[in-house]
Structure formats: C-alpha cells, structure tokens
Write a protein that binds this ligand. Structure first.
Ligand code: G6Q
Length: 538
C-alpha cells in the first residue's frame, strides 16, 4: 500500500503516475478467443464471490498482468485510504463540505460511525424504528384515513434520488409486496404523471408520502400541492394529517407546507439523494414489503460494505469491477456501458444506475478544481433481456462501437413458469458467449461476428431484498472506486443547478406574469414566443 496524504490524493493526476504508465504500457490488441485459449482455467479463475453474488469477469479483455496493473493504479490513487475516510465520516464530499455516509444507513445497531464527534448510528435506528411502527400500522390497517377507512394506496411524490430508488426497488421486490397495498410513484412535473395516478384512486384510502431531502424541489412541491388539493376537495382540510406524511431533512419547510412534523421521517445531509433509498426515502418501499424485509434489504448492502471495507484489493469485487471499468473507459476508449438485467422486475435498475453513475461521475474537474485529463463516467444505459435482444443488441454484436455490458441474472424466479426461466437464462448466457467469441463466416461479411465484446456476468440464487441491497451497494462502490481514480467529487451534482435556475426565470415569461426583463439568445426567445402564441389558457 502506497502511503499518500489527502492533499496528494486531491492534487495528483493518476495519469502522470508510474502505475498509470505501467497500465497503459499493457495496451495491445487482444481477442477474448486468444485469452481463453491461452488459459483453460480462466472461466474459474476470473470469478469472485461476495455475499450471494457470483461475479464473473472472465469475458473482460484483461489478463493477470493487466489486473495487477489496475490494482497498482487503485493503490496509487489511494482507493483504500479514501474508502476508509468515507467509512470514518470524513468530509469527502469536498465541494459541499459533507461526509458521505449512506453506509451508515445499513450499519447494524451497536456499531458506531462518528460524524463531527457524534455517533450517527443510534439516530439511524431511531428513524428505522419509527418507520417500522408506521409501516406496520398502515399494513395492518390500524392507521386509518380521515373517514376511518384503511389505506390501500400509497403515492410517493419525489423526484431524482427521492424517486428512482424506491420506484426501482418497489418493482424489483414485487414478490414481497403486501397484497392489499399498491404504491405509485409520481415524479415528473408533467401533469400527465399525477393526473394518470390520481385517476381512479379513492381519496379516503390514499396516503401521500412527500419525499424530498430539501423540501424545496419545484416538481415535488407542485405535485404535492396538486395532491393536497385533490384530497382536501374530497375530504376537507382536516384530512391532511391522516393522508400526508413527509420524508425530509428540512423540518421547517415540511411544517410550512402544512404536514404535521409528527408525521415526518427524517434523514440527514450526509445522505446524497441518489444514495438515499435505504434512508427514510425508502418509506413507501417499507410500507409495501414490511419492516423485516426492509431490514434484510439493508443487511444485504451492509454485507457488501463489509466486503468492500475489508477484502484485499485484488479480491475486492467493487475494486476489481471498478478498475475493469477504468480499463474499458480510459485505456480501450469505450464510452458507454450497458446494464442488462435478465429479470423483468429489474426493469428500472438501468435507470437507477444511470443516475447513480452519471450524476456521481459525470464530472470534468478534479477535487482541486483542475480539469481532468481523461474520460470520466461512462454513459450508462440498458433494458431488461430478452427484450433488448430484439432491439439494440444488433449494435452490440456488429456495430462499430464496443459497448461493455453487465449481465445480471438469477437461478430461481419468483413465478412458477420454470420453462420461461430456463429460456431466459439460456439467452443471457448465450449472449455473453456470442459477444465474446463471435462467429467467423468466411465470404459472408454480413453474417460474421467479430466478437471480443467484453461483458461481466453477475448471478445470484434469487432476487431477494438482500440480493437487491447487495447489487445496489456493489454499484455504489464501483462508482466510488472510479471517482477515486479520476480524482473527482462523486458526491456533488452542481451540473443540475443551471437548468433549474433558468427554468425558474423562464416560467413567468411563458405565463405572462410580471417579471424582470431577461435577455436570451435568438433561439430561446423564438421558442418562448412560439409557446406563448400557441398556448390556450381557457
Ligand atoms: C441526487 C440528486 C437529485 C435529488 C433530486 C430531489 O443525488 O441530488 O436527484 O435527489 O433533485 O431532491 P430533493 O430530495 O431535495 O427533492
């Protein structure tokens, strides 16, 4: 382990290190056919296990020398040191001067993580207990709405990190849902979203969970006001406390909105939005799957945290996969990464990872503000298999761009159609084989497949709450490792601010409300004019 100080980590560009030189010195064209024929044991050696996950990276274009060089780079970039700083509650989110402690959300009772001199674990468990009591009451019907009827529908209103995690997990864990409770997720400020959800709901049996870390997000507050008006039109002002709860860090804004702060579930500024599904932001999920399953979900993530914290770097799954991602992005120059879950329940997982990865590592300056010297976060995208096979896999197999892919699959489904499942998994495995090895058809160029398209295969016995927690933590830590290599702040998101600011300026120009004169370019002005002259407000 190379000894480096925090300041050195912040200012040293890995590209100028000897370890990086050693890595790039290994770059030469290699085909997976050659790598496999040179090492009959590769399919066994390039597999790591972590909790319930079997992670196979044999079909990545790496060999022992490259893996060793990648670990050398991780070492030199101070990955272990920065990881320890995160777990120790140091302010590693430097631009916002905050600790980064989603790992504390799944730390068992009794352990301690100190932030600025205070152990945060007891507070985490206090909130989990309050959430559990509340979830149980909604689940067993002892929490009733204003008319005395039990709640059958929960509507989570939130956006970004306050939506994607719980919405993804609610779908992923559909096999564990309470049979008499349905959840909906409203995020978009597009009124079609809330209109579609509210249509057909009975206000007397509906609860709204307003999820917003800041409680100032315009989309969420707009949707929450619409929901409140819908409820009070039917049941009167007095019904709000029985039908509205809040999840937030901002008590004042929650009270200002008119939600009883006794019905507020708290989290903390050291939980980033896209890392918050295991905080109170998971309340709607907990109501659906129950506190026990939610605890298993947290335990799954914690198992991966422990692995990440303690496994030696060469056997550390998030480190190895994160570094293979660096190899693909920075040495081989692949710009995107596909996530291909062979599980319909994980349909929203690629979108969830898109935010996790692209909002975290879509950065162009390093921690010290200097420009990065190499590509940072990849473009992440994907769809569940086998649907994608009949759509975009053509490009994966024969396009000019190479897209490294993560395949995710399970030995056992939650349904009884084993024949379907065998077919599904056969497709997953076949795709990894076809991408890696291709097929030569001499004289038939249109029917030839060059192969050498890298993939990782992640398998688990079944998609349980724990396994979902494991997958989430795995990807969180991969993103962390890569952020360390690129020397960026993976935990801020200044890039989304400018658009928000400009939207607030443009809104009164569209509606004609009084506003300060605003200068725009000719294209923007013409778009505003077009909208105004085509709008009917009757
Ligand atoms: C995530 C981002 C962002 C955030 C939303 C919602 O890391 O910060 O997606 O989650 O903008 O913010 P609020 O929870 O404050 O409404």
């Amino acid at each position: 382990m190379v000894e480096v100080s925090d300041n050195e980590i912040m200012s040293t560009d890995i590209a100028s290190s000897p370890a990086w030189g050693r890595l790039t010195g290994l770059a030469r064209p290699r085909h997976l056919r050659e790598l496999f024929s040179g090492d009959p044991d590769r399919g066994r050696r390039y597999v790591l296990e972590m909790a319930d996950l079997r992670v196979d990276f044999a079909k990545q274009t790496v060999d022992d020398d490259i893996l060793a060089a990648l670990i050398g780079v991780a070492d030199e970039a101070g990955v272990a040191q920065r990881r320890d700083a995160m777990f120790a509650g140091e302010h590693i989110n430097v631009t916002e001067d905050r600790p980064v402690l989603h790992v504390a959300l799944r730390t068992p009772q009794g352990a301690s993580i100190t932030v600025d001199g205070q152990d945060v674990v007891p507070a985490v468990h206090d909130v989990l207990r309050r959430m559990g009591d509340f979830a149980d009451r909604v689940r067993d019907g002892s929490w009733t709405g204003a008319t005395g009827q039990r709640i059958h529908t929960v509507v989570n209103i939130g956006i970004g990190g306050s939506d994607l995690g719980p919405a993804m997990a609610y779908q992923a864990l559909e096999a564990y849902r309470h049979p008499d409770l349905t959840a909906h997720f409203v995020s978009n400020v597009d009124g079609a979203n809330i209109a579609g959800v509210l249509a057909g709901l009975d206000p007397a049996q509906t609860m709204f969970v307003i999820s917003s870390k800041t409680f100032t997000t315009i989309e969420t507050l707009t949707n929450a006001r619409t929901a409140r008006a819908w409820l009070t039109d039917a049941l009167g002002e007095g019904s709000v406390p029985k039908h509205f709860v809040a999840v937030s860090t901002n008590v004042d804004e929650v009270a200002e909105f008119g939600i009883d702060t006794a019905n507020m579930f708290e989290f903390w500024e050291w939980v980033g939005g896209r890392y918050s599904v295991e905080s109170a932001i998971g309340l709607t999920l907990m109501i659906s799957i129950g506190p026990e399953r939610f605890t298993e979900f947290l335990a799954g993530s914690h198992a991966v945290d422990e692995h990440f914290r303690t496994a030696p770097l060469p056997k550390n799954v998030p480190v190895v996969l994160g570094m293979i991602g660096v190899w693909n992005a920075n040495v081989l120059g692949f710009d995107t990464k596909a996530v291909l879950p062979y599980a319909q329940e994980l349909a929203r997982f690629p979108a969830y990872l898109q935010q996790l990865d692209m909002e975290s590592n879509g950065k162009s300056v390093r921690l010290d503000g200097s420009p990065v010297s190499m590509a940072t976060g990849p473009i992440v995208w994907g769809e569940p298999g086998t649907n994608g096979q009949h759509a975009f896999y053509q490009l994966l197999h024969q396009g000019t761009r190479v897209v490294p892919a993560d395949f995710i699959g399970f030995a056992n489904p939650h349904h009884a159609y084993r024949e379907h499942h065998d077919l599904l998994v056969a497709n997953l495995i076949a795709q990894t084989e076809a991408l890696a090895f291709g097929k030569d058809r001499p004289g038939e160029p249109h029917r030839s497949f060059a192969g050498n398209r890298p993939s990782t295969t992640i398998l688990a016995p079944r998609l349980t709450p724990s396994v979902l927690g494991q997958l989430i933590a795995l990807y969180e830590h991969i993103v962390f490792v890569q952020g360390c290599i690129w020397g960026i702040d993976s935990f801020d998101q200044w890039g989304v601010e400018l658009g928000k600011e400009l939207a607030n300026r443009i809104t009164p120009e569209l509606t004609g409300e009084p506003h300060d004169a605003v200068e725009h370019d000719s294209s923007t002005t013409a778009l505003i004019d077009w909208y105004r002259s085509n709008t009917r407000r009757d």
